[in-house]
Design a binder for this molecule. Sequence first.
Ligand code: HEM
Length: 160
Amino acid sequence: MRHYADPVPHGTTSRIAFFGHPAHAMMVPFPIAFLMAVLASDIAWWHWSDPFWARVSLWLAGGGAVMGVLAGMAGTAELLFVRDIRRRAAAWSHFVVAIMLLSVAVANWGLRVEDAQARILPWGIYLSALGAGLVAVAGWLGGTLVFEHQVGIIDADEED
Ligand code: HEM
């Protein structure tokens, strides 16, 4: 029986998976792409003042927030159900940054719902830039879990 503070010596399987393919990893490309692209469409609106780009930003912000929350629910279920994920500090760092990201993404969407153009400057574009930075950090930490800690890529026979 390992103590909870011992380093985890091996990779970890995924519980929230379809035929061994982790659901969280399948879902995260959507919020990553949407929440990076919303900064680009905000900049396009700022440059060209075309309302088309404001509507693109509204849909990207909404899609990114909704898909991010769904992906976060799958990730949180992994964290709660798989002991060897819970025992990794990197998993908690990823969780904290992801919650910050999702808060910013939902706020950025909510800010624009009534009027897609009115709030882009200054707060909308600020939240888009902050969100893009947090996506980069959360994605990096998620990659660390998979490629360094081998979370979700092996069949483990020691899980609880
Ligand atoms: C909100 C809570 C979240 C938790 C608890 C969480 C947890 C996890 C876990 C346990 C993994 C390892 C793979 C797996 O077991 O599925 C992972 C991977 C990853 N996560 Fe999250 N995650 C969360 C949210 C997010 C969000 C919002 C994003 C990005 C928008 C994200 C991006 C990633 C990426 C890019 C990977 C690596 C996937 C791969 O390359 O296969 N996560 N996350």
